[in-house]
Design a protein around this ligand. Structure first.
Ligand SMILES: Nc1ncnc2c1ncn2[C@@H]1O[C@H](COP(=O)(O)OP(=O)(O)OP(=O)(O)O)[C@@H](O)[C@H]1O
Ligand SMILES: [Mg+2]
Length: 368
């Protein structure tokens, strides 16, 4: 549905300094899917979104919607934003204070180039308000809504023109944690029900994992990795992505042995020997980094009965109770390892503990 190819966008400051904010950004989004641009502050997410919207003019690239170019540097095409037919919700969504909920939502239909009858407006606005569960408040003053309701009203206003593409820039960022989580579910439900192709921008990894069909992780203007939430989380391609999408342990190691017969490679690491399925791009003596997510570090008070590889003895250094999980910081040799376990694990601080890494939860990169 949406195809972005080789997009470059830059800003030139007053002093003539050029900032390359989007560099060779390419991706495609099939109809009805939610695609997320995820990355740290300043990595170029908003720039990419605004370029798609037509609010920034790229310097190079191609943006196509259903095979039609809305921007092409080669063909000299630039469709103005109001002719692209996209809906948008920005971080600082503006609810018009002196209007009712209904008037806020109907505004785009009143002022647009296309003329609608009163009956058409009423029918469509009420339908959209219904989908964001605000129909019962249609005649209420918009300022007399909670933060989450105002958020949904901003969404309703973006949806009322039935856009072919919905662009959302950190739409949940000014809600409190609890409401943000609730809105996440609602947004996902609305997006799936209306089957509306959506580009979502966030720097919040859990939001991205929860909402997306596909995620593109960005760094310094470029897409570093694209994949499903599971691929991004379980198979990060480098330590930037691994680190950005969740808590992780990095363990320095060198390759000690490549056992082709058993298809196992043995790594000599900060915590002891680690055995993992062989990876062909490594050779003996390579410096590597093993990444293990805290939920793949298993703890027990007694030594495991089976003779696993990847077992270590440590001591409990710190514990943090987080409600549904307990974070243990365990010291193995001189290395602190984070383990996220069930709160029934009761080992006291400074006591010995047995640690096991599940090899299926380990990812190895060449050291940088
Ligand atoms: N109008 C502008 N003029 C000059 N530089 C800009 C402008 N807007 C953004 N930039 C720069 O472009 C880069 C990318 O900015 P962008 O707003 O796309 O980042 P972002 O990923 O959306 O970050 P955030 O998560 O903080 O919103 C940054 O270095 C930023 O300082
Ligand atoms: Mg931004």
């Amino acid at each position: 549905m949406l195809n972005v190819t080789g997009l470059f966008t830059q800003y030139v400051s007053d002093k003539g300094v050029v900032v390359q904010a989007a560099k060779d950004v390419s991706f495609e989004v099939p109809k009805g899917k939610l695609f997320t641009l995820l990355g740290p502050s300043g990595c170029g997410k908003t720039t990419t979104l605004r370029s798609i919207a037509g609010l920034e003019r790229p310097t190079e690239g191609l943006i196509e919607v259903n095979g039609q170019a809305v921007y092409s540097s080669v063909k000299g095409v630039f469709t103005p934003p109001n002719r692209r037919g996209f809906g948008m919700v920005f971080q600082s969504y503006a609810i018009w204070p002196h209007m009712s909920v209904f008037q806020n939502a109907s505004f785009p239909m009143e002022v647009g180039a296309k003329k609608f009858t009163k009956a058409e407006i009423k029918e469509r606005v009420m339908r959209v308000l219904e989908s964001v569960e605000l129909a019962q408040y249609h005649d209420r003053d918009a300022t007399r809504l909670s933060g989450g309701q105002q958020q949904r009203l901003a969404l309703a206003r973006a949806l009322v023109m039935e856009p072919q593409l919905l662009l959302l820039d950190e739409p949940l960022s000014n809600l409190d944690a609890k409401l943000r989580e609730k809105m996440r579910f609602e947004l996902k439900k609305i997006q799936r029900e209306l089957d509306i192709t959506t580009i979502y921008v966030t720097h919040d990894q859990s939001e991205a994992l929860a909402l997306s069909h596909e995620i593109a992780v960005m760094s310094a203007g470029r897409i570093v990795q694209r994949g499903t939430p599971r691929e991004i989380y379980e198979k990060p391609i480098n330590n930037f992505v691994a680190d950005f999408v969740g808590a992780i342990n990095f363990i320095d190691a060198t390759v000690k042995d490549m056992d082709l017969q058993r298809q196992v490679m043995v790594l000599d690491s900060e915590v002891g020997l680690i055995q993992l399925p062989i990876q062909e791009n490594f050779k003996v003596a390579d410096a590597v980094q093993v990444c293990v997510r805290p939920e793949n570090v298993h703890l027990s008070d007694t030594p495991p009965s089976i003779d696993h590889a990847n077992r270590y003895e440590g001591t409990v250094d710190q514990k943090i109770f987080l409600g549904e999980v307990l974070d243990f910081q365990v010291k193995i040799r001189e290395k602190l390892i984070l383990a996220r376990v069930h709160p029934t694990q009761l080992t006291p601080i400074n006591h010995p503990i047995h640690v096991y890494f599940d090899p299926r939860g380990c990812v190895v990169f060449k050291a940088q």
